[in-house]
Design a protein around this ligand. Sequence first.
Ligand code: FUB
Length: 339
Amino acid sequence: MPEDSIEQINFEEINKTAISQPLVSHMYTADPSAHVFNGKIYIYPSHDIDAAIPFNDNGDHFGMVDYHVFSMENMTSEVVDNGVALHVDDVAWAEKQMWAPDAAHKNGKYYLYFPAKRYDGIFQIGVALSGSPSGPFTAEKEAIKGSYSIDPAVFEDEKGIHYMYFGGIWGGQLQKYRNNVYSHDHKEPIGKEKALGPIVARLRDDMLEFDEEPREIQILDEKGELLLASDNERRFFEGPWVHKYNGKYYFSYSTGDTHFICYAVGDSPYGPFVYQGRILNPVVGWTTHHSICEINNEWYLFYHDSSLSKGVTHLRSMKMTKIDYLEDGSIITIGPYNN
Ligand code: FUB
């Protein structure tokens, strides 16, 4: 959403028609990754602040410095803020911009995965450990070897194998990589060039490193062709997430500059995934970012918007709403303001 359209929005009307309200209002939270651990709901969002950094296409104004973990006994109970779970000052390799995190659980340990900028301005993904899902977490000394870009999302399959999905273009720097190698000269593909895909890598058994070379995921159109760079209403921008429903892998993501959450479906955690449609129409604020979580046999979308801050793009609030599937497995598109 262009910044200059903010004044046109009637926030009272928006709030009246919104399908859900912020989960918390004592602080700004975004990019919520939700999980059920030991029968309880845990949400791992970004913690938005006003870092007084001017807006730009690199997203430098998203100057977050720490994470809080939120928990809920069930879908209707109070949302508990468990305090600071990890601060950038306690991460040796990271300088700034603690962006969208995710978490995983294995063998009684909890792992917080997070992107941050190193001192040379390059994004990498780190991991921090805790004995509790709500933290506090202790970060590993180095970022995950071979990781790059932003927005880690970890999916666990039925065999207990974990896969990390990551990547985001523009400020997320994915366009600077080809075959996992950085070059300042690489640019975002344009026009009829193939769009860049998100990246996936299986995690090692100890959850601290990749167990294989990261590989690029293919998102195909209905004819089996890779989505093109010019197809910006469908191509991957950032915010990957994977869930499994009725035996199929659902890969969902943000289209960035066109502000949709879309999804594509495949038969393997590595894809290819075939584009299916939109899950969420644009929200107030430029970014859109989500997670999908099954809770008591129902499926929920966790997402954010900037309505509480009256449209300030980097001051967002996490929300949740139910997802409905049709019999053929397609997801009914959600209009965040009943639109
Ligand atoms: O929160 C910072 C960035 O904004 C995230 O990493 C992106 O997905 C977008 O939501």
